[in-house]
Design a protein around this ligand. Structure first.
Ligand code: HEM
Length: 351
């Protein structure tokens, strides 16, 4: 059965937003059936924040210009902060009304009940809770969605790897059920595809800005204290002294390799490393692996009629994350028995 073209950017972003809201608030807010003014506004604020956080703000680099806010970025961020604060205030109040302070079924509940259970007096400050919620919504959505979109594009352009991934999925999972989290450790080829996608398209190519407390020497250069430092993992991932044919998409370079994504192997650092390594690493990684596994196992993908791979615009957005500039549209064809697509456990599109 073949369907209409799907805008993968929108579906994957909604799915990632829902994964995060289920983790943080215990429910979904996005997707066709859940669209309403309030939920759409919530998504719009997150999208605008994501766009603004990646803009080159001259005031961040030339401090005497900061008070002038020449690009209006500080003003816009403050306005967005006020809006998202209102959304989260309402959610905190709803949560307290429904569950009180002793419910830790979701992350918000855990934060509201944390100090009580640990005897630290009053609960966490609302501002602290809202900052954590906001940072998580921004950090855990585009990163996951853009990685899966890039993986699908690469597999469309290199169908030999998609074929091998599906053979592995059919072998490990079969065709009578959908992929479960417990299948992932046995899906070695899929894991290699995910690593290769992270290598060529690290969602945060310069990680996040760091600042050294003390002066230090790096590679013969003196770095004075309080210097703003960026680690260019995009360049490390494409270094020909580390990777053979570094610009080529070839997941097989990671088949049977011990290189891990935890931040211990410096040739592959999509989640950063050290003390400030991404705290959402396990959640982010398993979501990428699970969503990609379910998509490949459940569907085959083709470009809509009239589009071809040679003419596909492969440019990236230059921002804090680097999704494809033009979103991917595909026509999906089912591969499994139809009853598996209506079962409650099948939640690929976040609806
Ligand atoms: C594919 C998924 C993800 C990738 C590739 C990713 C990558 C990163 C990177 C590179 C950093 C900066 C590390 C550094 O500068 O050394 C970071 C920080 C962060 N990430 Fe993730 N991330 C992902 C998913 C998530 C998720 C799902 C969450 C939340 C549940 C999350 C929460 C955070 C937070 C809060 C920070 C800031 C930590 C700090 O300030 O020390 N990330 N992430």
């Amino acid at each position: 059965m073949e369907g209409k073209p799907t805008n993968m950017r929108t579906s994957l972003f909604d799915t990632s937003m829902n994964m995060m809201t289920r983790l943080l608030f215990g429910k979904r807010y996005f997707g066709l059936k859940l669209s309403n003014k309030k939920n759409d506004e919530f998504k719009d604020i997150i999208l605008k924040q994501l766009a603004i956080v990646g803009v080159f703000n001259i005031g961040d680099f030339v401090p005497f210009l900061r008070p002038f806010d020449l690009q209006g970025i500080t003003t816009q961020s403050k306005q967005l902060r006020l809006k998202i604060d209102k959304v989260f205030d309402e959610m905190i109040q709803d949560h307290l009304k429904q569950n009180g302070l002793n419910d830790s079924k979701d992350f918000l509940g855990a934060m509201l009940s944390l100090p009580k259970t640990h005897g630290l007096g009053d609960r966490l400050e609302d501002n602290t809770i809202k900052a954590i919620l906001n940072e998580s919504m921004q950090a855990g959505t585009n990163t996951i969605a853009s990685t899966i979109e890039w993986a699908l594009i690469k597999l469309l352009r290199h169908p030999q790897f998609a074929k091998k991934a599906r053979e592995e999925l059919d072998d490990v999972v079969g065709l009578e059920r959908v992929v479960n989290e417990s299948d992932i450790p046995r899906l070695k080829y899929l894991q290699a595809i995910v690593k290769e996608t992270f290598r060529l398209h690290p969602p945060n190519p310069l990680l996040l800005p760091h600042e050294n407390i003390e002066g230090c020497e790096v590679g013969g250069y003196h770095i004075p204290p309080k210097t703003r430092l960026y680690v260019n993992v995009w360049a490390i991932h494409q270094d020909p002294s580390i990777y053979e044919n570094p610009l080529e998409f070839n997941p097989e370079r990671f088949v049977g390799s011990n290189v891990h994504l935890k931040g211990k192997d410096f040739q592959l650092l999509p989640f950063g490393s050290g003390r400030r390594v991404c705290p959402g690493f396990p959640f982010g990684l398993i979501n990428v692996q699970m969503e990609l596994a379910r998509l490949l196992h459940s569907f085959t993908f083709n470009l809509p009629k009239g589009e071809n791979l040679q003419d596909m615009d492969m440019s990236e957005v230059f921002s804090i994350t680097t999704p494809k500039a033009v979103s991917l549209h595909v026509v999906a064809t089912v591969r499994l028995p139809l009853h598996l697509y209506v079962a409650p456990q099948f939640t690929i599109c976040g609806n």
